[in-house]
Design a protein around this ligand. Structure first.
Ligand code: ZN
Length: 134
């Protein structure tokens, strides 16, 4: 079951340049900046009520975020849903005919196991499933 919107991912050219705008907008300070080397991305998280905003900056030109920025420019990149059991959801959604980018969970930022669905099967929205690591 997808329980809530865990966070919205927003692609930015530079976290250093964009963070203050989002902190001021949301009236809340960033609580974590973390690099995910395997994805070539640096992330910054800001809490908004029960959800979060995740800013994403590319750390190398081959990273998916770099390619996204090149094609579409800065903006909303993905929507992430909190799930109770990510393996169960991957299996359920695969059986429902969705295309998973990750067919098994991988380590994401902010202490999460994650998996992305391909936008071609989700009305062009990049969807992330995430489960808090216990
Ligand atoms: Zn995310």
């Amino acid at each position: 079951m997808l329980r809530k919107i865990e966070h919205l991912g927003i692609a930015v050219k530079s976290i250093d340049d964009s963070l203050k705008t989002f902190e001021t907008l949301l009236g809340s300070k960033c609580y974590k900046i973390e690099e995910v080397a395997s994805e070539g991305v640096k992330t910054a998280f800001i809490q908004v009520g029960e959800s979060k905003i995740e800013l994403l900056e590319a750390t190398n030109p081959d990273s998916p975020i770099a390619k996204y920025l090149e094609k579409k420019g800065p903006g909303i990149h993905h929507i992430a849903f909190d799930v109770e059991n990510i393996e169960t959801e991957i299996e359920r959604l695969t059986n429902e005919g969705f295309t998973l980018i990750h067919t098994s969970p991988k380590d994401g930022a902010d202490n999460k196991k994650i998996a992305f669905l391909h936008p071609k099967s989700t009305e062009s929205i990049l969807v992330e499933l995430c489960q808090e690591k216990s």
